[in-house]
Ligand binder design. Structure first.
Ligand code: AMP
Length: 216
């Protein structure tokens, strides 16, 4: 299965992508995760992209496409993958089309995880993550322990810089201007499937699995 998961930042793409990747046995390729781990490790790529992530702006297409091209060429992506956070612009989608054509494969579907804008700010600014193991929490929906420690590894959870309110507003603006046109792009290709994101993670998973039930 070759899937893309699209959605406004905070729609729950990352959480659902992890669940789907396990269920379908396909690698979860998240450009945001790749960038964040490079930033954390202080790699040359991390140094290049840090400012974009901290300000909620998109990393330039050329750099992002190169990273994804390298990732999709790895062996574990041969029989399928789940792209989360890529493509985010029409040129990235066109690059992906070309890359898949060269690989001799095609997309199974593009899942649009829809959540109305008004819910997103509350959601994103309440999000916390464990800087060590990556487990995510939410102050309202899935809170960490009262001492703010991660239930898996005990590290104190933190707020991602790009989940701060000012950056969230910028990310929403970026999404509407640059990423939303992809919904039409994939609709016109007959690949778009929509699921409505719910408050509870399990309810969203159910909606997503229902939406994907005829995709193979
Ligand atoms: P995410 O975790 O998917 O919300 O991504 C976090 C940040 O990484 C975004 O706000 C962008 O700065 C950057 N980023 C992730 N994916 C892309 C992409 N496909 N194109 C450009 N920038 C990206």
């Amino acid at each position: 299965m070759r899937l893309i998961i699209l959605g406004v930042p905070g729609a729950g793409k990352g959480t659902q992508a992890k669940i789907l990747s396990e269920k379908f046995g396909i690698p979860h390729v998240s450009t945001g995760d790749i960038f964040r781990s490079n930033i954390k490790n202080g790699t040359p790529l991390g140094i290049k992209v840090k400012e974009y992530l901290n300000s909620g702006k998109l990393v330039p297409d050329s750099l992002t496409c190169e990273i994804v091209g390298d990732r999709l060429a790895q062996n574990d992506c041969k029989d399928g993958f789940l792209l989360d956070g890529f493509p985010r612009t029409i040129p990235q989608a066109e690059y992906l089309d070309e890359t898949l054509k060269e690989m001799g494969v095609s997309l199974s579907a593009v899942l649009n995880l829809h959540v109305p804008d008004e819910k997103i700010i509350k959601r994103l600014t309440g999000r916390r993550v464990c800087p060590k193991c990556g487990k995510s929490y939410h102050l309202l929906y899935n809170p960490p322990a009262s001492d703010n420690s991660c239930s898996d590894c005990g590290t104190t959870v933190i707020q991602r810089d790009d989940d701060k309110e000012e950056t969230v507003l910028e990310r929403l603006k970026t999404y509407h201007e640059q990423t939303e046109p992809l919904i039409r792009y994939y609709f016109e290709k007959g690949l778009l499937i929509t699921a409505i994101g719910q408050e509870e993670i399990e309810d969203t998973t159910q909606a997503v699995l229902e939406a994907l039930k005829n995709v193979d």
